[in-house]
Write a protein that binds this ligand. Structure first.
Ligand code: DGT
Ligand code: CA
Ligand code: CA
Ligand code: ZN
Length: 575
């Protein structure tokens, strides 16, 4: 139980008392106590052990006793009894703007409503407007409040949250009272979707930091503003939390608020065994209570007997064991990437000319790039015929003559049809430097059919890469059913590479699959599938996903020098 957990329970007690119609005096006492605990800079467990709960302004004898029970046992009888009498869904209703405890109770008493879903159904049947104190306008306001809440609760793509977070960090950094600042939470761990943005700053003047933060131009409303934590909602409907700590706490706080929660729990277990305690304020010796570190994250990990762990690995999926044993993976970095080998030009549905793409790739420091335009069966994307490709190769040749230090490869993205056949026969396919085969239709087939289609592409000796292997589109389309083990096995055996498509709503293969496939001996290509030069920067999200999948540079073929890459590509079918 930490400060937040205790404050949360006290808040819920206040809300349940209000729903029950208890005196406002009693309700306010719980609200005040929760507020006071949220504002503490010290761990409430320490305060309790020093016998000083009642010195916290706003906490009297009765509430101090309840907190003591919570901290001692992790449970609270009073809270559990209240939960028995107040359906838990009613607390959810209160989180809707314009629904307070009184209205929640009214909807429950008159219509038996206990969940947001039931409330929305009642609104759609216009059952709310006839209740006492309601009306069509109030009913509509609640409907809008529900929509807003649902929007807030949806997770947002990393690629939408990331630039926003960086922008906020940059703006705060300009102030000299911000001594250190970093993103934290799932965004720092580079998860594919983000629930809310967490930012951590170190300052000796937290209220100034909070003022600047709450007044940022992108902020549309303020959910909470306090000394140590503020939460705002931004134009894109995403919540941003800023926490401000003292400089000497920054490392420990950054470690804590980066998470993941599961990683932190495991880490604290290890600390305990060493007679240490880790929280957001530092690392402490349990016996003496003495603080032994926490200025930097590295210090926190080192004190626990392990190397610093990269944030993308912090999911409690074996990284702590690996760090303890000194065998953390040497994960791939953006600077290792030597080329992008799945890019579309204006020959199919891309936006830019080959020359423009090549120039931009060169500016990025790449050594090679593959123009992989769609093949003829994909008519909607302007798929190319064999003759089109032959003409395109002339243009590629010309660009290669004009540009130094970068090789443009003849690529194609061919379609795997419903029977597992790809566009073009072997005689033509072997003319390409690199062939990517993808499924673009027939997603609704069975697991067996879809797996068989991909396997036959893998066994085609001219197919080098399987594009976006599971076909998922985040927030729109689930991955199609596949026997991935079979596919990984066949890919490893034949020297067929699997794509990590870096498009932010694909990130396909995803992190866990990358790791599983790597263990089976598969190698990968991190590609952007860019349809314009602006999208070449998506490589950044692909590399982050690769890190989350524990990939090292040697697992990724587009980190290889040009000659070695070409050799790998030619080896298929001869190996
Ligand atoms: P999200 O926002 O759903 O994408 O995921 P996170 O990981 O950013 O989670 P969030 O925003 O709720 O909290 C940020 C970090 O703070 C989380 O990764 C770990 C830490 N944290 C939050 N709540 C707890 C908790 O109850 N216990 C522990 N140990 N850590 C927590
Ligand atoms: Ca978060
Ligand atoms: Ca958060
Ligand atoms: Zn493509």
């Amino acid at each position: 139980m930490d400060n937040q957990d205790v404050a949360h329970i006290l808040d819920e007690i206040g809300e349940m008392l209000e729903i029950k119609g208890e005196s406002s005096f009693k309700v306010r006492a719980y609200n005040r106590a929760a507020y006071a605990i949220r504002g503490l800079s010290e761990d409430i467990n320490n305060i309790y052990h020093e016998g000083k709960l009642q010195t916290i302004p706003g906490i009297g004898k009765g509430i101090a006793e309840r907190i003591a029970e919570l901290l001692e046992t992790g449970k609270l009888t009073y809270y559990e009894e209240l939960c028995e009498h107040v359906p838990p869904g009613l607390l959810q209703l209160i989180s809707i703007q314009s629904v307070g405890p009184k209205k929640a109770k009214l909807f429950y008493d008159k219509l038996g409503i206990t969940t947001i879903e039931e409330l929305l159904e009642a609104i759609n049947k216009h059952k709310l407007r006839d209740l006492a104190g309601m009306g069509p306008k109030a009913e509509e306001n609640i409907r809008l409040g529900i929509l807003e809440l649902q929007r807030l609760r949806e997770r947002i793509l990393l690629s939408e949250a990331y630039p926003l977070a960086e922008n906020i960090v940059q703006q705060l950094k300009e102030h000299n009272f911000i001594l250190e600042i970093s993103t934290a939470g799932s965004l720092r761990r580079m998860k594919e979707t983000i629930g809310d943005i967490d930012i951590l700053a170190a300052s000796n003047e937290s209220s100034k930091a909070m003022d600047v933060f709450c007044n940022l131009p992108k902020v549309t409303h303020i959910l909470a503003k306090g000394e140590t934590k503020s939460s705002v909602v931004t134009q894109i409907g995403l919540q941003v939390d800023l926490r401000v700590v003292l400089p000497e706490q920054f490392g420990a706080a950054l470690q804590y608020f980066t998470g993941s929660k599961e990683h932190n729990i495991h880490l604290r277990d290890i600390a305990k065994k060493k007679g240490l305690k880790v929280n957001e304020y530092g690392v402490f010796e349990v016996k003496t209570g003495e603080k032994v570190g926490g200025v930097t994250e590295k210090e926190v990990y080192n004190l626990l007997g392990m190397e610093w762990i990269h944030p993308t690995l912090r999911e409690n999926k074996g990284e702590i064991e690996a760090a303890l044993a000194g065998v953390l993976p040497n994960i791939v970095e953006l600077s290792n990437i030597k080329g992008d080998i799945h890019v579309h030009s204006n020959w199919s549905d891309g936006f830019n000319k080959i020359k423009e793409i090549a120039n931009d790739a060169k500016k990025k420091g790449y050594r090679y790039i593959a123009i992989s335009d769609h093949a003829e069966k994909l008519k909607v994307a302007g798929g190319l015929t064999a003759d089109d490709y032959r003409r395109q190769w002339k243009e590629i040749e010309k660009v290669n003559q004009e540009i130094d230090g970068l090789k443009v490869l003849r690529g194609a993205e061919v379609n795997i049809d419903n029977n597992g056949k790809v566009d073009f026969d072997d005689g033509f396919l072997k003319e390409f430097d690199i062939v990517t085969a993808s499924i673009h239709s027939g997603f609704t087939q069975s697991n067996e059919q879809l797996t068989k289609r991909i396997l036959s592409a893998i066994y085609n000796e001219h197919v080098n890469i399987i594009g976006h292997p599971t076909g998922r589109i985040l927030g729109k389309r689930p991955p199609y059913p596949l026997d991935l083990k079979e596919i990984f096995k066949a890919a490893a055996e034949t020297g067929t590479f699997l794509e990590l498509n870096s498009f932010p709503d694909r990130l396909d293969l995803k992190d866990d699959y990358l790791r599983e496939a790597k263990e089976m001996g598969v190698k990968f290509a991190i590609n952007t599938d860019a349809h314009s030069i602006g999208q070449l920067r998506y490589m950044f999200y692909g590399v982050a996903t690769a890190q989350r999948g524990w990939l090292e540079a040697e697992d990724v073929i587009n980190t290889y020098p040009f000659e070695k890459l070409m050799k790998m590509l030619r080896n298929k079918g001869n190996g």
